[in-house]
Design a protein around this ligand. Structure first.
Ligand code: C2O
Ligand code: CU
Ligand code: CU
Length: 442
């Protein structure tokens, strides 16, 4: 529904039985009972109002990941929608460039299991600048949510730490601590799907919606000529110029907007989207079958959007955040947790106060692999381990994939709104185990 001021959506969060594995029913928790949830599309600068009704048996929180959203609508972890039919209206100004955003659950301590059960969906932002570009559109523009899950023999989702039958088995605690992995790869909710494509360019918007798994995406066979992926966009929008990659590492919550030219392959070729980080079934994500020749008037221009000049010299402050193991709780409740600067998350404590409209350099240090995400603020990656960024680091980001013992410098621009926002590890089990910190924009 649209009126003069805004586009309105209504979403019911509910349990539903769906067929994911052939012949079996899986109970999911989905937006409108679907996984992924319905894709929302917005125009830059036009208000989108989404009313979420929670009919699940647990509290929920909705966060628009990548959105520049006023704090009261950002989905702060304790700002819950009560179970049993309560509703909340989330108002998104979306005064930001065209980008692949996504919405997902963000409930304090329970984000991992709730997203695992299906509470995630795409929210695309479009604008005139993007629309004027001759990129592939319509049925040749495809958002792909990649996520791994584990299933019990009866088809139900298996989330080890919550399953009493599994909780006491050896290795389960470690599996939870390091992030929950599955042995089935789903793309848009289907296991290892196949898709018939024309010998033409396609725009694929990759989103890693996994709780903890990273992928190294590649095409198998690689195209006989040209790069496998022409990256046109990153987390927060289009790049100034396209960049070719043979492979793309994608950590939880990252997005890569790429064009793949299937006309580089002879008709009849089956092109696997492979995961070079995985073995066996986990080395395969999906398959594109090039089934027909087709007209194609799309192209990837050498200039996409105007570059916004930002430089390290603009930074008014430097800060350091160490994402690592630590201890939290008191007395006999002290236990190992994941922390930021040695401290577990506390809603009452802000670890940084930044001024609206300023730019800062943050050094982020990781003990083991952590994909670090900031709400509200987008950033550019300046360096990794004292050297330049990766080829796939360019553009405005909201999530940075950090390897073990890695140090990165990011240039963060705090535009948008004042208020308390979180940054956290997007390994959702790490997030739930307190690897989260507040920053206040004042
Ligand atoms: Cu996608 Cu705070 O999260
Ligand atoms: Cu976010
Ligand atoms: Cu982590």
């Amino acid at each position: 529904r649209s009126d003069g001021a805004a586009d309105h959506y209504e979403i019911t969060q509910r349990a539903a039985a769906v067929e994911i594995l052939p012949g079996l029913q899986t109970e999911i928790w989905g937006y409108d009972g679907r996984f992924p949830g319905p894709t929302i599309e917005s125009r830059r600068g036009r208000r989108t109002v989404v009313t979420h009704r929670n009919t699940l048996a647990v509290p929920t929180v909705v966060h628009l990941h990548g959105g520049k959203t006023p704090a009261e609508h950002d989905g702060y972890p304790t700002d819950v929608i009560r179970p049993g039919g309560a509703a909340k209206e989330y108002v998104y100004p979306l005064d930001q460039p065209a980008a692949t955003l996504w919405y997902h659950d963000h409930r304090m301590d329970f984000t991992g299991p709730q997203v695992y059960r299906g509470l995630a969906g795409f929210h695309l932002v479009r604008d005139d600048e993007e629309e004027a570009l001759p990129l592939p559109k319509g049925e040749r523009e495809i958002p792909l949510l990649i996520g791994d899950r584990a299933f019990a023999a009866d088809g139900s989702l298996r989330y080890p730490a919550l399953d009493p039958a599994l909780r006491d088995r050896p290795g389960v605690e470690e599996a939870y601590r390091d992030g929950v992995l599955g042995d089935v790869i789903l793309v848009n909710g289907a296991p290892w799907p196949r898709m018939a494509v024309s010998a033409a360019r396609y725009r694929l918007r990759f989103l890693n919606g996994s709780n903890a798994r990273r992928y190294r995406l590649a095409l198998d066979p690689p195209p006989p000529s040209g790069p496998a992926f022409v990256q046109i966009g990153s987390d927060a929008g289009l790049l100034p110029a396209p960049a070719g990659h043979a492979r793309i590492d994608i950590a939880p919550a990252e997005r890569f907007d790429v064009v793949v030219d299937f006309s580089a392959y002879p008709v009849g070729t089956k092109v696997r989207l492979a995961n070079e980080f995985g073995e066996g079934n986990l080395s395969h994500v999906m398959r594109f079958d090039v089934v027909r020749k087709a007209a194609d008037d799309s192209r990837v221009p050498s200039r996409l959007v105007a570059a916004e000049p930002v430089s390290r010299r603009d930074a008014v402050a430097n800060r350091k955040f160490l994402f690592g193991r630590g201890v939290g709780g008191h007395g006999e409740h002290r236990q190992a947790m994941w922390t930021v600067n040695g401290k577990p998350f506390d809603t009452r404590r802000a670890d940084a106060r930044v001024r609206l409209g300023t730019t800062e350099v943050w050094r982020i240090i990781a003990d083991v692999h952590h994909p670090v995400h900031l709400h509200l603020a987008h950033f550019q990656i300046l360096s990794r381990n004292g050297r330049g960024p990766r080829a796939t680091d360019r553009g405005w980001k909201d999530t940075i994939d950090l390897g073990g013992s890695e140090v990165a410098e990011i240039l963060v621009r705090f535009t948008g709104y004042r208020g308390r926002y979180v940054m956290h590890c997007h390994n959702l089990e790490h997030e739930d185990m307190m690897m989260m910190s507040n920053f206040d924009v004042v």
